[in-house]
Design a protein around this ligand. Structure first.
Ligand code: SAJ
Length: 424
């Protein structure tokens, strides 16, 4: 197995770590991406995304000659598709990148090759989209070329560890395909490998994230109800979760990232009967607007300055895809006259849409502001000196959308603190 050549198509948050981990397991790995920045960085042993442990591992594998970036596909024994599956305006899976990847693979196929779709896809995509394109090679798909869906389930921030330790699902288009892919993943996965058919594997992945989305929607609904009832949702969660079979999730300013905010739509794109799933999406997507309304209540002067701390989709990552705080910023700029200043130590200024409003120094972001909004609970924000920051502000008001900061300590230094989900 170790002498087989692996090609990973798409070197993003999943493809690149997978490439590095497979190289570490002893395989000869080529990485292919349309973005030339990614390939030139890779061949220098560098990466352009943030993920703990990835930089060192990539560097080591490139130096060892086991991982290399390429700008065109070539013959390989295994092709792994890890390209994005974005969502269209009308909430459908945009499978263009998957289709192009399959189209590029087809001419390079030979008997015995394996193709794995890792990209999160609507149920049926492997069989209905990938297989017919690969069949253009003239080879018998399922008999000469083995095809399966094996969804990634890793948590950004812990990708390297979870790629190896998590259990894995492999769903082939037939048992032979499932078996062939299992042989490959066995070389680096330490968790259990469960096998099924490709459509079930696709649905498993989507339902994992949908489970979380629906639960977060419930927590967000609890937050809204609690504010209206004058109780503290966080206290309700703390005590309700003492029940052995209850696990209320955390409310917040909405759900972001390219997974949980997107995948539920793939389940229901052709199935309007999925009512609860749709409602959960609507509740979570409505949260940035609720935060916006609260900000407008908290600032008396509607043209004053508001400082937003944290814009990524979750703490301690650099990813702003589907970030609810970016949606909040969009709303503030489109619907209000407030002056918006942003601080986030993780975002890459080069790809950030509001780089003109992004301050490197937190002091500059909060200077003369009427209100600080904690958008993301980055670790860095737990150690801030709010006594000093408060002195730079026009008035000492803070809205914590994550229940992250120490309210009592903030009040001691003169802040008026509002917490999402905490009624008066
Ligand atoms: N969030 C809440 N309340 C919570 C938990 C999360 O508001 O109680 C928000 C976060 O702030 C963030 C979003 O949800 O905006 C998603 O964050 P997350 O940490 O829950 O998940 P992701 O998107 O980083 O990763 C998820 C994981 N899926 C599950 O836990 C079921 C991961 O295992 C998947 O591999 C990943 O999606 C993916 O790629 O699909």
């Amino acid at each position: 197995m170790k002498d087989r050549k692996i090609t990973i198509i798409g070197l993003g948050y999943i493809g690149l770590p997978t490439a590095a981990v497979m190289a570490r397991a002893g395989m000869d790995v080529l990485g292919y991406d349309l973005n030339p920045r990614v390939i030139s960085a890779l061949n220098k042993g560098e990466i352009i995304i943030e993920e703990p442990g990835l930089s060192d591992l990539v560097n080591e594998m490139v130096k060892a000659g086991r991982l290399k970036g390429v700008t065109s596909l070539q013959e390989s024994d295994v092709f792994i598709i890890a390209v994005p599956t974005p969502i269209t305006e009308d909430k459908k899976a945009d499978m263009t990148y998957v289709e192009s990847a399959a189209e590029e693979i087809a001419p390079h196929l030979k008997a015995g090759d394996v193709v794995v779709l890792e990209s999160t896809s609507p149920p049926g995509a492997t069989e209905d989209i990938v297989v017919p394109i690969l069949a253009r090679s003239g080879l018998k798909i399922g008999e000469e070329v083995f095809v399966a869906h094996s969804p990634e389930r890793v948590l950004p921030g812990k990708i390297i560890q979870e790629l190896v330790q998590n259990d894995r699902i492999i769903g082939g288009i037939n048992p032979e395909s499932t078996g062939a892919v299992k042989e490959i993943y066995k070389t680096f996965v330490k968790g259990e490998i469960y096998t099924t058919d490709s459509k079930t594997a696709e649905m498993c992945k989507l339902m994992e994230n949908t489970f979380r989305d629906v639960n977060i929607a419930l927590a967000n609904e609890l937050a809204v109800l609690s504010e209206n009832m004058g109780i503290d949702a966080w206290e309700v969660i703390r005590y309700a979760n003492k029940h052995p079979r209850v696990n209320l999730h955390q409310p917040g300013p909405g759900v972001g990232g390219h997974c949980i905010a997107v995948d539920p739509w793939f389940v229901i794109e052709n199935h309007p009967e999925g009512r609860l799933i749709r409602q959960a999406r609507d509740i979570n997507d409505g949260m940035p607007d609720k935060v916006l309304q609260k900000i407008q209540e908290l600032v008396k002067d509607q043209e004053t300055k508001v400082a937003i701390l944290g814009v990524t989709y979750k703490p301690d990552v650099d990813d702003t895809r589907e970030s609810p705080i970016l949606k909040l910023v969009d709303g503030l700029l489109q619907k209000t006259k407030l002056q918006v200043a942003i601080h986030d130590p993780h975002v890459d200024r080069e790809v950030f849409p509001y780089s003109g409003r992004l301050y490197d120094d937190i002091e500059d972001a909060v200077k003369d502001a009427d209100l600080i909004v904690l958008g993301v609970n980055h670790f860095e924000y737990s150690t801030l000196d709010f006594g000093e920051l408060g002195n730079l502000m026009k008035s000492k008001k803070l809205y914590d959308t994550r229940n992250y900061l120490n309210k009592e300590e903030l009040e001691k230094v003169g802040f008026h603190v509002t917490v999402l989900g905490r009624g008066n």
